[in-house]
Design a binder for this molecule. Structure first.
Ligand SMILES: Cc1cc2nc3c(=O)[nH]c(=O)nc-3n(C[C@H](O)[C@H](O)[C@H](O)COP(=O)(O)O)c2cc1C
Length: 215
């Protein structure tokens, strides 16, 4: 599908059909798209946790406020978007080694890449905390997941409306160097979803309000 058409037609699903499931091969493709999300200096400061059954979803249900509970229960799968922070030297070494292994960089450059990325990340801290910096990259992954899902005919709900500190606790994320930022719900819309475009057409500010073109 043309990308503009995809942007015009994807929408935030409010009511899911719990009987319908995302085919495994499609879910794997969506996750692969998330993995391929770009990030500053390729730091990839994220971790994605999937909750793929009622039992798995139940683990964080108490962190979901009333207004999001119905969709959380009805969707097929949940992706917990986590920011990774507190990188150590070992992390930068692993990143550089992977870039060499993937043929992106030369072996002779490995140590320089590790040092360069670490220097860049430290410099960022003049501007913002490592969590803020990581969060921006993770939200790019959120967007990737939403658009990939739409491209494969899967409905979605981005969810900031969740007690992220409670999710951290329930999934013991800080111990793993992770912080929950948001969720993405994925599944198949209910036939009576209240938010379909025929009932609630897309609404955005006009280009004149949000775009300045300088030529
Ligand atoms: C970062 C983010 C957080 C959001 N959180 C929620 C949420 O907690 N619950 C919900 O139903 N929708 C949530 N939404 C959906 C927005 O309300 C929706 O994207 C917006 O109204 C535009 O509508 P559209 O996605 O249908 O184009 C969120 C969207 C984004 C991008």
């Amino acid at each position: 599908m043309d990308f503009l058409r995809l942007m015009q037609t994807r929408y935030t699903t409010k009511y899911y059909n719990p009987e319908k499931h995302i085919p495994e091969d499609v879910f794997q493709k969506i996750l692969e798209c998330a993995r391929l999300t770009p990030s500053a200096v390729n730091i990839q400061p994220w971790h994605f946790i999937t909750l793929e059954s009622s039992e798995a979803k139940d683990q964080i249900f108490s962190a979901v406020p009333d207004f999001n509970r119905q969709r959380f229960k009805g969707c097929d799968k949940v992706i917990v978007l986590c920011a990774k922070t507190g990188f150590d030297k070992d992390f930068y070494a692993r990143l550089a080694a992977k870039e060499v292994a993937d043929g992106y960089a030369k072996k002779s450059m490995e140590a320089d890449i590790a040092a360069g990325v670490m220097g860049y990340a430290k410099n960022r801290q003049n501007y913002e905390s490592s969590l803020q910096w990581a969060s921006k990259q993770v939200y790019l992954a959120m967007a990737t997941i939403l658009y990939a899902a739409a491209a494969y005919g899967v409905d979605s709900t981005p969810v900031e409306g969740v007690d992220i500190k409670k999710v951290d606790e329930l999934l013991s994320l800080p111990e793993k160097g992770l912080n929950c930022l948001a969720l993405v719900l994925l599944g198949c819309r209910s036939d009576t979803d209240s938010n379909t475009l025929d009932k609630r057409p897309k609404t955005r500010f006009d280009a004149g309000d949000i775009l300045t073109r300088m030529k």
